[in-house]
Ligand binder design. Structure first.
Ligand code: HEC
Length: 217
């Protein structure tokens, strides 16, 4: 399987971001955040950093002063930035996949919105190599297993398999092959579950979203 190569732009963006954040003094974090981070580190990440409280901010604009109750939590360091980026990326992957799925269930698999979501899903898939380049395993009870960076060839196979599946789904919609969309969705979902089975960890729930039913022949 051909490995997708990350775009130069993605790679340099992630590199620049990480370098900049690594240089950023820790003093930019509010005192409470720093203390909480320390407690979290000392207690062996018993409390995920994401649960640390970030005070609300007020955003003035054409609708008056709007209160943001859940502003983005400050980043502790470059590794934290890498984790946040790929988690947000995965949420986008999930929502695009679920959009195509919902449109197929509503029997409108070829709607323009379905095409847009499938295209975005494929573009996001192509970004996986760059997003998983920083070797930062999970720091909380959920996240990336260290195995991703211990067995890069196998992980690259998952990334390639997922990219291929999303390109086939996109092709089916582009070519107006409504009858192939269901199979295309199933093939994409298989790739999500397989990658999570091997490389995402959630305490007390191996495989995150899926389990393997039978051993590979
Ligand atoms: C090549 C491997 C791979 C593929 C393919 C993949 N994922 Fe993931 N996914 C991961 C890993 C690893 C994590 C944990 C990332 C972390 O926490 O740093 C994750 C995390 C997630 C999360 C949690 C994000 C969060 O907020 O913490 C969701 C949701 C998710 N994936 C959905 C999907 C869906 C839906 C698909 C398929 C359409 C998919 N993923 C395909 C590897 C993959």
């Amino acid at each position: 399987m051909t490995r997708p190569t990350p775009s130069e732009a993605d790679v340099s963006l992630i590199r620049r971001l990480c370098v900049r954040l690594a240089k950023r003094p820790l003093t930019v974090l509010p005192v409470t955040q720093r203390l909480l981070t320390l407690v979290v580190v000392l207690s062996g990440a018993a409390l995920p950093i994401s649960h640390a409280h970030t005070p609300p901010v007020v955003l003035p604009g054409p609708w008056g002063e709007m209160r943001e109750e859940s502003p983005a939590r400050p980043l502790a360091d470059a590794g934290d930035a890498a984790i946040r980026l790929r988690q947000q990326h995965m949420r986008a992957v999930s929502s695009q996949y679920r959009s195509v799925e919902a449109l197929a269930m509503a029997e409108t698999p070829l709607a323009p919105m379905s095409l847009a979501a499938a295209r975005t899903l494929h573009e996001l898939a192509e970004r996986n190599t760059a997003l998983f380049a920083p070797a930062v395993p999970r720091r909380t009870r959920f996240g990336a297993k260290a195995a991703i960076w211990q067995e890069p060839t196998e992980f690259a196979e998952h990334v390639a398999g997922f990219t291929l599946a999303t390109s086939r789904l996109l092709q089916a919609i582009e070519n107006s092959e409504a009858e192939s969309v269901g199979a295309g969705l199933a093939a994409v979902r298989h790739q999500c579950l397989a990658c999570h089975f091997h490389y995402a960890y959630w305490e007390n729930r191996p495989g995150v979203e899926g389990r393997r039913v039978a051993a590979r022949p």
